[in-house]
Design a protein around this ligand. Sequence first.
Ligand SMILES: [Zn+2]
Length: 485
Amino acid sequence: MKKQILAMLFGVAMVAVAANPKYVFLFIGDGMSAPQRSIVDEFLMKTENRHLLMNEFPVKAATKTSSANAFVTDSAASGTAIACGEKTNNGVIGMVPEVKGEGEEEKEVTYKPLESIAYVAKAAGKKVGIVTSVTINHATPASFYAHRPNRGQYYEIGLDLIASGFDYFGGGGASNYKDEKCPAYKGDLYELAKQEGYAVGYVKTQEDLAKFTPESGKVWLYGHHGSLPCELDSRNIVDLRLEDYVRKGIELLDNPNGFFMMCEGGAIDWGGHANDAGYVLGEVLALEKAVKLAYEFAQQHPDETLIVVTGDHETGGLTLGLANTGITGHIERLALQKRTYGQLEHRISHLMKDDPETTLDEIKPFITRNFGLKFTGEADDPMLLTAEEIAALEDVFQKQYHPAEGEKASGSIRSLVIALCGKRTGLTYTTGGHSALPVITSAYGVGAERFTGEFAAQVLNNTPENAKGDFENTYISQTLKELVK
Ligand SMILES: [Zn+2]
């Protein structure tokens, strides 16, 4: 009892003297908020009778994501908030704008660089790794090592990557790595990295990965020139996955001073933009596998490891529940989806190359096989399309691929197929963009208790902006910086 009162009085100070984690994992699901975590959790419960591990972490809090200049953030502003602990404008990487002078004429905007948790960890003697399933100079990973006013400066962001001197980069390749038109161009980014002492590897297999060891020094590994393949489309492809890069990262980064590793599930966002729940499911599960590796590592290094899982924003305005399915969602039906939405049009273009007169009839087997929707079958089969739905598909297909003169396409076949799947799972979307829905931050291990809303409220003096029970995304980096020092 006495201990409890003391803890109440000195909650902040008492926890502050507790041991700091030697190993810190920060996982970010791009476009992953509560709905994305909920559908995957529900899917796993219905198909495998288990929960999503990241949802089972003992500490959880709602986390607000709005940027300095917008209610709805983008990944640059949110990535910067999570990485550096300050709010910035949408589109800005690792910097904050500072306006000098008044009026349009005199106004001058300069950008001040911020220090990310990755640099703080590095300065504290830890090794640092940055991993993503999308391109390594995309907004979220960039926020941890780059300082640029515009997220589109891919080449310059790549230069910042090399200059960071961080110990490990892994996952997708670098966009615009040979951007000769860029005024800052000084050569191929991979070549420049080699000149700066990086062991750079284009890796496709486990054997390729095995060539890189802790003796390799600073390592930069990429499996594609762009992003890693979507989880859903690559079941049969022999290719390295997000988890492989995290496993390699653990091997490369482990050392007596510990490490900080950021791992992004970057394409959850793309599934959200496409309003494709099957795509989202695949990408969340890919991130989950990487989280599981960290969790297993934490079991081997108890009292030394902290794992934090968060999202940078919600994408798609995903809602769980539709009038036509009533109170019963059928998220398990997502298992019938074998490919992402884009593969449908890919397939159609392929067929049209051979035969420009291709009709919907020739696409139907592909739709049934890969999206579960049936054109014929038992009347009580929920996947059976209605006559109206088939007519709508015919109409969209005709206008998209065989328009009459002057006729405009009305939507796309891929969007309609995905929407018809959604009608059967009980999932729908409200936007093709991001939403301002708070995300969930969950934590496990040493220092995890700091990520409760109550703890945050104490630290932040429970001001109205930091209402009890949740916190701003800036709080994540502010806390991690304290913990790695
Ligand atoms: Zn996005």
